[in-house]
Design a protein around this ligand. Sequence first.
Ligand code: C2E
Ligand code: MG
Ligand code: MG
Ligand code: MG
Length: 290
Amino acid sequence: AAKGGGRGQYRFYSSDLKDGARHRRQVEEDLRDAISNGQISMHYQPLVCAKTHKVESCEALMRWDHPEHGDIPPAVFIPVAEDMGIIRDMGEWALNEVCRDAKQWPVDLRVAANVSAMQFAHDDFAQTVRKALTNSGLEPARLELEITESVFLGDTGRVQAMFAELKELGVKLALDDFGTGYSSLSYLRNAPFDTIKIDQSFVRGATEEGNNNAAILTAIVGLADALGMETVAEGVEAKDELELVTQRGATLVQGFIFARAMPNADFLERLADGQLIYDARGPAKYRAAR
Ligand code: C2E
Ligand code: MG
Ligand code: MG
Ligand code: MG
């Protein structure tokens, strides 16, 4: 599969090959220089208000355009970067890139960057965020950090101290992929999240009979409302899914039904030509309260 696979043949990198170790070493070798070779970029996917469909935020998603194998998905290369111990450098690069891009957009859109638990666990992390904000001049409240429940597996005292440092900076915090991990409610009790991102597994097929997804959506939104947090329904692809998550009260919607992640240049163009309309008043759900 490796030779002559051509672009887009990222399966080259997956583990279903017998000589996985050799291929793994190849990925590691390629990934080590991917940033300096200009193969890594940040793409942006809009998050829209469930009621007005106007853009309120976006998620920054890392892309690797491999010269031989084309697009390698982050689900493949992020875990490799973590194992190699280069995720912190990649994450720092990404934060700087994201803040610089967002600073140049024509509107004060929020931008959410994914943070690996390994980045979060490092004492320097808040300092790294601070530097990205200072270097770019981006207003801290426009930056949201998406973390997963896996950060809570670290030392409790240090995790709490990191939350405090980040809140002190003024950035927003989102709990990503909610419902797929340990989903202990104690995480929500002690952590200052602004946003809960409902994992796409609860959204996909939510309207089909025979699963509890719709009830779970309602429960998560209710929980978030009670805690004063916004919700994002992830992975909304179909019209019936959009109707359901809207009816169940999700604040924001993210999914292919509106747009996929796109390069910064395209994102800028869509903002500039009015294909993505930004509403500075914030999500309709909270307008009455403001
Ligand atoms: P995530 O943070 O949960 O990101 C959302 C994923 O859902 C993205 O996949 C996005 O393209 C995808 N998605 C959005 N809407 C839809 C939809 O309607 N249908 C479907 N099927 N998928 C949708 P992507 O870009 O492949 O990223 C996968 C994961 O890789 C991310 O999940 C995140 O955990 C990780 N990742 C991506 N970029 C970064 C990064 O810069 N740093 C770190 N540490 N992790 C990243
Ligand atoms: Mg995310
Ligand atoms: Mg997610
Ligand atoms: Mg996910």
